[in-house]
Write a protein that binds this ligand. Structure first.
Ligand code: ADP
Length: 894
């Protein structure tokens, strides 16, 4: 029987690697391929759409395998990570030569790519963060967040904790949208919870010891090993995980930043979706989103900073003012802004380039790319010279105002002198083995010396041909080079007779013979040896340069940080200037006033299509018009308006200018949105429950500082209970003590307009519509008062419904409307809440066999109903009568 395919030395090596990485798909390097074996191959082949084969056809235990070429492995690795798998990259860590062909080359896992640690930042969208999160559940819940592709590392914690996840942490996790979450071993409840909350994120269990901050051996700046709060513990677990899987990534993770959730506006996932901040509602893409609208950044650094600003609007008017100052200073100066933006462009993605260089497999080309970006910094500084002194405030956090980046001249110089302008592309993993010549001449005398020797040897060889032709008289004698056999003198068949005796035959070809001589062999050895020596030395120098860069990582990251802020600020200034946005006043008041506001995203789209956007005002104030009810037909512009106002508030608090003639925003702690069920039907969500859950969340969490946007409530159920819920919700927002959130409420329930009659801080508005021949024209202009109730009938008339039907419809509408008023002409629907103002009549929507008001009356009634008059004696009748009257007296104090 043939031996088992699992018994070969190579399979044994593979199995021992696999034993150390049982939960990963092992990419086992074999020459120019990464091979996968056994179960790994069976999993990966269909996912990567590659052929599953075996080399052991017919043998016992034939091993299934598949493979990908090394040079194109990266997208495959990323694909597997995206699908939630881990990939262990197992490289050959010695030359086949040094193993001498006697034994298997040594192989080691140099990197484990996981869903949250995707490794090489090539090919991932530079405009977004790609995060790994570690979570420490405890008395307070801490999370640490790392984008390993940039080294951006931050941590925060919630006050509350315990067995359930606090809402603030859930919302933060949803905002960060991590690819992978680390949780402590055994936290199964937590794992289940996270699965429902963040279905797209992989969950990885790590041992509890990893959470010990004291174990972190090389803490980044801002990491305190003596602390043991949950934020620090989460950070420790995250560093431990990176160290275990991609240790080199620690080199550019130079600083841990701490932030407080209470410093920024809360935007829950529903609101982010409804306002289409990062993804549009149609296909989840970036087109037609706020970020897409704002992102005129010149570098991915700026794009990511803008995204951060959109995701975390500020609450402190001073910090907001400082960003606004920066935007204003750039918005006011067109030529200088243009110069700055031109200067920013060549900087490219410093952070991800640094991450690339931190990888041991990085190439000279990666180093040169980083160098070119670093060299682009001084022109940025030059383009900033004009900025008034006060804008440069090095002590202030760089996110809130302009800071000139600090150049890193020594590093630039080193890389400039060390590397040629355009180093060659080198395949992944080959570490420049076959490429030479990228170290600049004059950088290292030793290298120059070797190169000189090689050069001389080559020159001697090429002169050798002419000399030998002359010496032998063989006119077509040629010196050939073969990569394996080396140099040879080639003589054709016809001239063999003239070959000198000292020629040693090397090789016989069809029409010629190849020879060598002692001299040629010596020269060849000199050239070959020299070339190898030079290549080894170049690799060594390149590694030295790489280490120098990694040591300067903190300075590079700092410069990148300043550039990010500059770029994001310049982008906001560009938008503001180009589209006529203005600087809003942001204060601690409770008003929200906008003159001629426009929708940041809809306006340009409309204008691009030849349309015109109609600006509208907003005037909300907690003490005055706290709730604005917008009635009116579909398509009149309600939704657009609601979102427009919310976006203006959000833009204002992120420090941007806003699309309006003027605006004042009293700081908003949270924007709540609840958007009509019909809008979501298309996405197949069970609507009414979702709708009510969102509404419950608003009523539970809104504060005096919140902005509440309600676009239809109660649509997902019957008219009566829908209307009743809508009504009660509006009343609650108005009446609940300590609430008073500024509210915009769009609804198709005209009845809600009646709220304004009884609630002082409720006001009505609608969008104007005109009849134009056979059509209704929407003017998109917001005007005070409720919309006409007969709008639908008007449209029916225009559509050609017979006049008699229209007339009858008007009568019925009149009746219905009349039915909503009580006998004193007051709106029945506006009746008192239980225990509320007692003077109001009952809710009028339901036909009333009016059940009597208090329990005593009810008891009296039921006693009367039960009484059997036929069998009652006069005495009993009197007793009953006395009992009944006493019941009624007890209940009625008057
Ligand atoms: P509703 O919520 O009342 O159904 P929408 O807000 O969806 O209405 O608006 C309907 C259409 O009107 C949209 O296509 C939108 O582009 C356009 N629109 C809305 N507001 C304006 C405006 N202020 N100026 C111009 N067009 C607008």
């Amino acid at each position: 029987m043939s031996p088992s395919a699992l018994e070969t030395p190579m399979m044994r090596q593979f199995l021992s690697v696999k034993a150390r990485h049982p939960d990963a798909i092992v990419f086992y390097r074999m020459g120019d391929f990464y091979e996968m074996f056994l179960r790994d191959a069976e999993i990966a082949a269909p996912l990567l759409d590659i052929a599953l084969t075996t080399r052991d056809r017919g043998k016992q235990d034939a091993v299934p395998m598949c493979g990908v070429p090394v040079h194109s492995a990266d997208p495959h690795i990323k694909r597997l990570a995206e699908l939630g798998y881990r990939v262990a990259i197992c490289e050959q860590v010695e030359d086949a030569k040094s193993a001498g062909g006697r034994r298997l080359v040594r192989r080691e896992v140099v990197e484990v790519v996981t869903p949250g640690l995707v490794g090489d930042p090539n090919g991932i969208d530079g405009r977004r963060e790609l995060c790994l999160v570690a979570l420490d559940p405890g008395a307070s819940v801490g999370i640490a967040i790392l984008d390993a592709s940039t080294g951006e590392f931050r941590t925060t914690e919630s006050e509350a904790g315990g067995s359930t996840l606090p809402l603030a942490i859930i919302e933060e996790l949803q905002r960060v949208d991590p690819r992978e979450i680390l949780i402590p071993d055994g936290a199964t409840d937590l794992a289940d919870r996270l699965e429902t909350l963040l279905p797209g994120a992989a969950r990885t269990s790590v041992s509890l010891e990893c959470y010990d901050p004291a174990r972190v051996s090389e803490p980044p700046e801002g990491f305190d090993r003596s602390r043991s709060d949950s934020a620090m513990r989460a950070a420790a677990a995250l560093l431990d995980y990176v160290g275990a899987n991609q240790p080199f990534a620690l080199a550019h993770t130079t600083r841990l930043g701490a932030y407080r959730l209470s410093d920024t506006m809360i935007l829950d996932s529903a609101t982010r979706a409804h306002l289409e901040l990062f993804r549009n509602a149609e296909d989840g893409g970036r087109e037609r989103t706020l970020i897409d609208r704002l992102d005129l950044s010149m570098t991915p650094l700026g794009a990511r900073r803008l995204a951060r600003w959109v995701a975390y609007p500020l609450l402190d008017p001073v910090a907001i003012g400082s960003r606004q100052d920066a935007v204003a200073s750039l918005a006011d100066r067109d030529r200088r802004r243009a110069r700055l933006r031109d200067a920013l462009k060549p900087v490219r993605d410093l952070e991800r380039m640094l991450a690339k260089v931190a990888r041991p497999s990085s190439t000279p080309r990666d180093l040169a790319a980083l160098r070119d970006s670093l060299e682009a910094i001084p022109p940025v500084i030059a383009a900033l010279e004009w900025i008034e002194e006060e804008l440069f405030q090095p002590d202030k956090p760089s996110e809130s105002c302009l800071v000139a980046p600090r150049p890193v001249p020594e590093l630039c110089e080193l890389l400039r002198e060390g590397l040629i302008d355009d180093p060659p592309v080198v395949a992944r993993g080959s570490r420049g083995a076959n490429e030479t010549g990228y170290i600049r001449e004059g950088f290292r005398p030793e290298l120059d010396g070797i190169r000189e020797r090689v050069h001389k040897g080559r020159a001697w060889i090429s002169g050798f041909e002419a000399r030998e032709r002359g010496r032998t008289g063989i006119a077509n004698l040629k010196i050939r080079f073969h990569p394996v056999h080396g140099y040879a003198i080639e003589v054709t068949q016809a001239n063999l007779g003239r070959v000198p005796t000292e020629y040693e035959r090397k090789q016989t070809l069809a029409n010629s013979e190849r020879y060598t001589t002692e001299e040629l062999r010596a020269a060849e050895q000199g050239v070959r040896g020299g070339t190898e020596q030079a290549a080894a030395l170049e690799r060594q120098i390149c590694e030295e340069l790489r280490v120098a860069v990694v040591e300067g990582a903190a300075a590079i990251r700092e410069a990148a940080d300043a550039i990010a802020t500059l770029d994001a600020t310049a982008a906001l200034a560009e938008v503001a200037r180009r589209d006529g946005w203005v600087r809003p006043v942001v204060d601690l008041g409770l008003a929200l006033e906008v003159r001629e506001g426009r929708h940041a995203v809809v306006e340009p789209l409309l204008c691009a299509g030849g349309g015109e956007f109609v600006p509208n005002d907003t005037e909300l104030a907690v003490a005055d018009v706290q709730i604005l009810i917008l009635t009116g037909p579909n398509m009149s512009g309600k939704s657009t308006y609601l979102r427009q106002v919310a976006l203006i508030a959000l833009l204002a608090q992120m420090g941007s200018f806003v699309p309006a003639a003027s605006a004042r925003v009293g700081v908003i702690d949270r924007i709540f949105t609840r958007v009509g069920a019909s809008d979501r039907l298309a996405r197949g969500e069970s609507t009414f429950m979702v709708e009510m859950r969102e509404t419950a969340e608003i009523l539970a969490s809104a504060s005096r500082r919140s902005l509440v946007i309600l676009d239809e409530i109660g649509r997902g159920t019957s008219t009566f209970d829908g209307l009743s819920i809508a009504w009660a919700v509006a009343e609650y927002l108005h009446d609940a003590p300590g609430l008073g959130a500024r509210t915009l409420f769009a609804t198709h329930y005209h009845e809600l307009a009646d709220l304004a009659r009884t609630k002082v801080r409720v006001s009505n508005a609608h969008f104007e519509a005109r009849e134009w021949g056979e059509e209704v024209i929407f003017l998109r202009r917001l005007v005070p008062g409720a919309a006409s109730r007969s709008y639908g009938i008007q449209v029916a008339r225009l559509a050609g419904i017979p006049a008699s039907v229209i007339a009858r419809a008007r009568v019925i509408l009149g009746n219905l409307e009349g039915g909503e008023l009580d006998e004193r002409g007051r709106p029945r629907i506006a009746g008192p809440a239980p225990g509320g103002e007692s003077d109001e009549s009952q809710l009028g929507l339901f036909p009333s066999p009016s059940p009597p008001g208090h329990p005593g009356e009810r008891e009296v009634l039921s006693l009367l109903q039960e009484a059997k008059v036929d069998e009652t004696t006069p005495l009993q009748a009197l007793e009953l009568l006395s009992h009944l009257t006493s019941l009624l007296r007890k209940e009625d104090p008057s």
